[in-house]
Design a protein around this ligand. Structure first.
Ligand SMILES: Nc1nc2c(ncn2[C@@H]2O[C@H](COP(=O)(O)OP(=O)(O)O)[C@@H](O)[C@H]2O)c(=O)[nH]1
Ligand SMILES: [Mg+2]
Length: 321
């Protein structure tokens, strides 16, 4: 066994030994993989872990495979954002008013026992918000897994209940799982950095704004949006901030001589090229691509560009194979 495995690895390994079901075992092995430093000295161990995951997956049988799949939330739309935070901060209420999903909202803690996805609209794109159970000292394996797989996080804190302490709690907890909320909070290189927007909920309980100010001061590197899920205030700002933080661009395709369809953008990560856009249209298309014409990009309209041309939000492209 290679030396210098982080303590998180040993913790995941303990989880593995304690795991009773195959899905739980796989999650622990995946966590071991995720937290392991990646270099030559760990090549062998990583290959071994992958082999064990493959073997377990095979042996799992249909019932468990279905159970495992049911705990993995299928991504939909431009991005998957997991809504997280301590109990009773208003996560479920927020997801309910930003999407068409209706997760359970209640006065008492721990109402959400499983994950509920819903689609949030922002202009012409859809972002998937996933309501989840509150984070507790010992979160269930599938919840950590869901956070690790998400494209971004929405951390909901309660302005009426020491939001800085709540955020600290979540940050420390996730750090133990090698997950950091934003680059500035990543203590080590090997951490899985999640783009995060903080929703400072229940502005009605912080009329003087002291809690909000404290939160903004403490987390100057994260976007903090003041909202009230109950009064439905600040929600437009929050939608925009989530969209902005995802670092995605919208590109529209057209065929020669016709107008583009602006209702149906191709969603790509910022910095994507014409080639990436072609691949998003069809897998084989990228290989056959000869050139493209681009409108937007601050260039001449309809300019011919090569496959490595970097696209910008709102560009219209005509792909020629
Ligand atoms: N005062 C106030 N209460 C809120 C607000 N948003 C949610 N709540 C209440 O907070 C409690 C917990 O909400 P819930 O969505 O179940 O929290 P979760 O545990 O984070 O999912 C419920 O009683 C909500 O009505 C808000 O903006 N202001
Ligand atoms: Mg809830």
């Amino acid at each position: 066994m290679p030396a210098n495995l982080p303590p998180q690895y040993l913790e995941a390994e303990r989880n593995f030994r304690a795991a009773k079901s195959a899905p739980e075992k796989i999650a622990a092995l995946e966590e071991m993989l995720a937290v392991m430093p990646k270099h030559k000295g760990t090549d062998h161990l990583r290959a071994e872990l992958r082999a064990r995951i493959a073997k377990l997956s095979e042996s799992m049988g249909k019932k468990l495979a279905t159970q495992r799949a049911s705990l993995i939330i299928e991504k939909e739309g431009a991005a998957q954002v997991v809504v997280t935070g301590p109990t009773n901060t208003g996560k479920s209420q927020l997801v309910a008013c930003m999407t068409k999903a209706s997760p359970a909202v209640a006065e008492y803690p721990f109402t959400t026992h499983s994950a509920t996805p819903g689609m949030m609209e922002f202009e012409n794109i859809q972002v998937q918000l996933v309501d989840t159970p509150p984070l507790t000292e010992e979160p269930e394996w599938w919840l950590v897994n869901a956070i690790r797989r998400a494209d971004g996080l929405l951390l909901v804190v309660d302005l009426g209940n020491d939001p800085v302490a709540q955020a600290e709690f979540v940050i420390a907890l996730l750090a133990r799982k090698r997950i950091a909320l934003g680059k500035a909070l990543s203590q080590e290189e090997a951490m899985n950095v999640k783009k995060t927007v903080v929703a400072a909920n229940k502005t009605d309980l912080d009329p003087g704004g002291q809690s909000l100010r404290a939160l903004r001061e403490r987390y100057a590197d994260l976007p903090v949006v003041a909202i009230s899920a109950r009064d439905r205030s600040g929600l437009e700002d929050l939608r925009y901030e989530i969209y902005r933080f995802l670092d995605i661009i919208r590109v529209y395709t057209k065929t020669p001589g016709s107008k583009p369809d602006f209702s149906n953008p191709i969603i790509l990560p910022e910095g994507s090229t014409v080639e990436n856009a072609a691949a998003a249209v069809h897998k084989d298309f990228a290989a056959r691509l000869k050139y493209a014409r681009v409108w937007g990009s601050g260039k001449h309209d309809g300019m011919m560009v090569k496959r490595d041309h970097v696209l910008q939000d709102g560009d219209v492209i005509e792909l020629h194979a």
